[in-house]
Design a protein around this ligand. Structure first.
Ligand SMILES: Nc1ncnc2c1ncn2[C@@H]1O[C@H](COP(=O)(O)OP(=O)(O)OP(=O)(O)O)[C@@H](O)[C@H]1O
Ligand SMILES: [Mg+2]
Length: 158
């Protein structure tokens, strides 16, 4: 039997616990994990200049996409630890997964803003592969977060 490889899409705001969950999932599913923040940190440091951040982030997304789509094509399970804040990005990724012969599985990670911010400010103090998140950034970015629509099949992570 030829099973389709899986692409696990992790949806959630900053500090919801996506990367922590992704590290567990990679063991359980034997999946290759793509954590955008880790690559950013490795290539550009843990607090890249704000004016360059979007361009750097795009480059990382591009190279990751070239890689995880090839992974799916050769039958490897992949974990996309990107947050998937926008519906358009989720739609595009689901289509890309299908195009490369995979099955998309969407996980939703959620926690209250106060809890998420407490976790992030704690993580800020010792960034092991993460990015620094300023308090203002947390609030500003919240406006860009588009919660899942009712018709988006998902698995809730407690
Ligand atoms: N279930 C949990 N209970 C308590 N603390 C947690 C839990 N999950 C994650 N954490 C802690 O909260 C912090 C943020 O978690 P994590 O880095 O996994 O979130 P994230 O969603 O990947 O954040 P980001 O969007 O910034 O990448 C980490 O320091 C982590 O150790
Ligand atoms: Mg993360």
């Amino acid at each position: 039997m030829n099973r389709k490889p899986k692409a696990f899409l992790l949806h959630g705001f900053i500090g919801a616990g996506k990367t922590t969950f992704a590290k567990r999932l990679e063991e359980e599913e034997k999946a290759l994990r793509f954590t955008h923040d880790e690559w950013m940190n490795e290539l550009y440091g843990n607090d890249p200049p704000a004016d360059l951040f979007p361009e750097y982030a795009r480059r990382v997304f591009r190279v990751m996409e070239m890689t995880w789509t090839r992974g799916l094509s050769v039958g490897t399970n992949v974990i996309l630890d990107f947050g998937f804040w926008s519906w358009a990005e989720r739609q595009r990724t689901r289509a890309l997964v299908a195009e490369h012969g995979g099955d998309a599985i969407l996980y939703r990670l959620h926690c209250a803003d106060e809890v998420a911010w407490d976790r992030v400010s704690e993580r800020n103090r010792m960034l092991a592969g993460g990015l620094f998140i300023a308090p203002g950034t947390f609030q500003t970015l919240k406006a860009r977060f588009e919660p899942l629509r009712d018709d988006e099949a998902r698995i809730e992570v407690e």
